[in-house]
Design a protein around this ligand. Structure first.
Ligand code: SF4
Ligand code: SF4
Ligand code: SF4
Length: 388
């Protein structure tokens, strides 16, 4: 089994300002940053592939194991045990979203077999933290839970019955399941912003044109489509809780403060289309259910205007809304005729304003130089007249 890295899905390839180190933190011995991009260290194997489960944009995948395929085949089977001995290469390939979706979609409690892991290892800690997070988030709206088991799992718990499948039917039902996850706005965002990401910035990484074209596409990871669709089938709770921002790693809610300059970078660059604007760039929209908390928007925002909301409202899971984080007064520049974000005063865009200031500076410099030349010439003339 080998590990694949899709560079076009990595937020570090989208912007050199990205600080994402989730894969490196998950697997520091195997993954390092080289020229700002994740790179595999020599002589390291695919023992755990924790990076697959932790990457917010699904940039990593395994050659012989698909987390999406596993989601469906596991639920179709009679097994309710997830174990590296039987059905996954490592539990760490599953994200928190997968764990929540599996718990919600299963009628029986799912047990995660932790008996193969060293309790003192980083890997154990990471998997344990994901199970805790999944259970914590589940507790906000459901009585479903995941269990973890440190005792040796018994092979007899694996039912052979589930292994005979009609593969064509499975494939079709999977496609239609993911297809039904039509999140409001994704298609619109994709059409509006296909051309938006600055190719020049991407070229700084010496990426080829095919990779650059892929980066420009807004792409929602399959794990989010699975979660969204699973939530649609879960019962709506009587009351909606608010979770602390730091307790949820896979999505967020945001606000934009008054220091925003409408530089357009965050909504052009957001990989999923969670941040978006209209055709005139006169507002910033945000869909929490499309956000994968990759933090790219925060990393690229120079004035630090986009911020995480302290609490995440569980209501977003059941009644997703597109919120307007900021609106801007767009006017046409009197000098160049281009649209710009008007903040009062002269109706001149910042670029023309800078050009005007430069022109005035050059003009006053030229006048000063002319005056100096005239003064020197006058002095010379006086000296010449004195000599006579
Ligand atoms: S986006 Fe994924 S691959 Fe890229 S740095 Fe973050 S975790 Fe690693
Ligand atoms: S929030 Fe930041 S990155 Fe986004 S438009 Fe405003 S200033 Fe630019
Ligand atoms: S809104 Fe920001 S954190 Fe969320 S997916 Fe877009 S860039 Fe990433």
């Amino acid at each position: 089994m080998s590990l694949h890295f899709n560079v076009s899905a990595c937020v570090r390839a989208t912007s050199k300002f990205s600080d994402c180190t989730k894969c490196v933190d998950a697997c520091p011995e195997s993954i390092q940053l080289l020229d700002n991009l994740p790179s595999f260290a020599n002589k390291t194997g695919v023992e755990a592939a924790a990076c697959v489960g932790v990457c917010p944009t699904e940039a990593f995948s395994l050659s012989e194991f698909s987390t999406t395929e596993f989601f469906f085949s596991f639920l179709d089977s009679k097994i309710r045990l997830i174990s590296p001995k039987f059905n996954v290469p490592c539990i760490s390939v599953l994200s928190v979203e997968h764990l929540i979706s599996l718990a919600l979609a299963s009628d029986e409690v799912i047990t995660l077999d932790m008996s193969s892991y060293d309790e003192t290892s980083i890997l154990f800690e990471q998997i344990d933290a994901r199970i805790d997070e999944a259970n914590f988030v589940l507790s906000a709206f459901s009585d479903k839970r995941l269990e973890s088991n440190m005792e040796k799992a018994k092979p007899s718990e694996v039912s052979k019955e589930s292994e005979a499948k009609d593969e064509d039917n499975e494939e079709n039902s999977r496609r239609s399941f993911l297809g039904s996850a039509s999140l409001k706005g994704v298609v619109k965002h994709k059409m509006t912003f296909d051309e938006a990401v600055e190719a020049d910035e991407l070229k700084a990484f010496q990426l080829d044109s095919i990779t650059i074209a892929k980066i420009k596409e807004k792409h929602l990871p399959d794990k989010r489509k699975i979660l969204f669709t699973t939530l649609k089938h879960a019962g709506v709770p009587d009351a909606f809780e608010v979770l602390a921002e730091e307790d949820i790693t896979f999505t967020s809610q945001k606000f934009v403060d008054e220091s925003c300059t409408n530089c357009q970078i965050c909504y052009r660059i957001c990989p999923t289309g969670a941040l978006s604007s209209d055709g005139k760039f006169s507002l910033i929209h945000f869909d929490a259910m499309l956000c994968v908390k990759c933090r790219l928007c925060h990393d690229v925002c120079e004035p630090d205007a986009i911020q995480l909301q302290p609490g995440f409202e569980i209501k977003e899971f059941f009644e997703p809304t597109q919120r307007t984080l900021a609106t801007f007064n767009i006017k046409r520049c009197n000098e160049c005729g281009n649209n710009f974000t008007y903040k009062g005063g002269e109706q001149t865009c910042p670029r023309c304003m800078v050009e005007e200031e430069e022109a005035m500076f050059l003009h006053s410099n030229a006048l000063a130089m002319k005056a100096e030349v005239e003064r020197v010439a006058l002095e010379n003339k006086k000296l010449e007249e004195g000599d006579k």
